[in-house]
Design a protein around this ligand. Structure first.
Ligand code: GLN
Length: 476
């Protein structure tokens, strides 16, 4: 196996036992980027020089016995990437938009600081739908990202680059953001594990805001174990983000092996009705069989307001987008608004409309009331069951260009993901197999702050299925 193909857990072992150095590991990742990224287009910025320096620094610490303080430096020498929505000091941060094409922040986002403090090597900034608006990666002003499993297909968005490059083994993990599915969708389209944590579990400070009451800060990894390790680092209270509670951060890796015997897992019946691709349905039936075999009790539950979720999301989210993007119009600095592309303009107009006098009560306020009902659906379900499972998306990945001209079609790919954001609950996407050679995934949802349980279920399922072991074949 090549070094860049390792998981974080495997690479840590190798570094610890001096089988290879961080410089070798980092170089293997950089070579993979040089070889394949011209086709995949997963990066906006590759931080080659800095990464090589950070790796050297890590090697110095490693040879000085830093391994003894391993628990303080859980990512020492591990190459990772950041979605280009995360502010990085002195490194260009574009949000996938030409509006910010030359913007270099003066500070690091809290999560970036935490990852650096944990010893990570930052290898680059990944491509995304501009301002994180999208489900396919095609809304990026820096060109679409291709799916490494089949380059004619989309990798899923908006964390498109983070997912595609990870599936192409260009680094060992990457950050993402999930406002309505942007981590889970690309994770499932690229055969990866994607975590959308509970709202407020991870600080949003320094991450360019999309819709502030929905934005969740998570990551993509190759395995559930790696995902748990990353949350150990990123979770917790931050004085710069008032929505992060002072709740202790458990060791998320601790309960992985517990198994799922006797766990009550709910199947939301509304998720299996209209619009679900037949093959995705079959795949989901397989998942149910596997979970039963592992000892879980599967129980049908109802989330009756599911049918209003997309409509509700597409009122609340653009309303918040219109407010957050106001600061970037550049009018004060003599620019016009021409750098905003269609999708951002559409959302700004929609949001401005629903927030304006006379319409606010009919649209925004109503959507907020429906949001409360959606949240209550989940609360009622979690009285009966410990967790829920559902497909991530009603279809597998689609061809580049297939939905770009039909925003409604594109929006509908998020029917099963926006609900977790509206309710503020965590959800973990795990690979569940392949349809015509393209990966698909399931998601595990639980009550707020139940990430430990999600990892426990995800790990049991992943170890029983081993889909994560399959690798995309990249032809030159
Ligand atoms: N696809 C959804 C949208 O375009 C979600 C985006 C996201 O989670 N950032 O709004």
């Amino acid at each position: 196996m090549k070094l860049n193909e390792l998981t974080i857990t495997e690479a840590r072992e190798g570094l610890k036992n001096k089988k290879f150095s961080s410089s070798e590991l980092t170089r293997a990742c950089l070579e993979q980027i040089e070889k394949h990224d011209a086709k995949i287009n997963a990066f906006i910025t590759v931080c080659k020089k800095q990464a090589i320096e950070q790796a050297k620094e890590a090697d110095k610490l490693l040879s000085n016995g830093a391994m003894e303080q391993w628990s303080n430096l859980p990512l020492l020498g591990i190459p990772i990437a950041l979605k280009d929505l995360y502010s990085t000091k002195d490194i260009k941060t574009t949000a996938g938009s030409k509006v910010l094409k030359d913007y270099s922040p003066v500070y690091d986002a809290t999560v970036v600081k935490k990852l650096k403090d944990a010893g990570a090597v930052i290898i680059g900034k990944t491509n995304l739908d501009a301002w994180a608006h999208g489900s396919s990666g095609e809304n990026s002003d820096f060109g679409p990202t291709k799916n490494p499993w089949n380059q004619e297909y989309v990798p899923g968005g908006s964390s498109s680059g983070s997912a595609a490059a990870l599936a192409a083994d260009m680094y060992l993990a990457a950050t993402g953001t999930d406002t309505g599915g942007s981590i889970r969708l690309p994770a499932s389209f690229c055969n990866l594990v994607g975590l959308k944590p509970t709202y407020g579990r991870v600080s949003r400070y320094g991450i360019i805001a999309m819709a502030s009451s929905l934005d969740s800060i998570g990551h993509l990894a190759k395995t559930v174990e790696d995902s748990a390790l990353l949350l150990n680092i990123t979770a917790g209270n931050d004085v710069f983000d008032a929505t992060t509670p002072k709740k202790p951060v458990p060791d998320y890796q601790k309960g992985l092996q517990k198994g799922i015997k006797e766990l009550k897992i709910g199947i939301p019946k509304e998720y299996l009705q209209t619009g679900l691709d037949e093959k995705v349905k079959e795949n989901f039936e397989d998942t149910k069989r596997i979970l039963s075999r592992l000892g879980a009790n599967l129980i049908e539950v109802s989330l009756p307001h599911t049918e209003y979720a997309i409509a509700c999301y597409y009122i609340i989210q653009p309303a918040e987008v219109s407010s957050n993007l106001e600061r970037y119009d550049g009018i004060r600095f003599g620019n016009d608004r021409s750098f905003f592309t269609d999708e951002a303009k559409r959302r700004i107009m929609l949001g401005t409309f629903t927030l304006s006098a006379g319409y606010y009560e009919a649209y925004y306020k109503k959507a907020m009331q429906v949001r409360t009902l959606i949240k209550k659906d989940f609360e009622d379900a979690f009285v009966k069951v410990d967790a829920l499972i559902a497909p991530v998306s009603p279809t597998p990945s689609w061809k580049l260009g297939e939905k770009v001209d039909d925003p409604l079609k594109m929006y509908l790919s998020d029917v099963f993901t926006v609900t977790a954001n509206l309710a503020g609950i965590p959800a973990l996407a795990v690979p569940s197999g392949f349809i015509n050679g393209l990966p698909v995934g399931i998601q595990i949802l639980g009550p707020q702050f139940s990430e430990e349980l999600l990892f426990q279920v995800g790990f049991a399922y992943e170890q029983a299925t081993e889909w994560y072991k399959r690798k995309a074949i990249l032809n030159l």
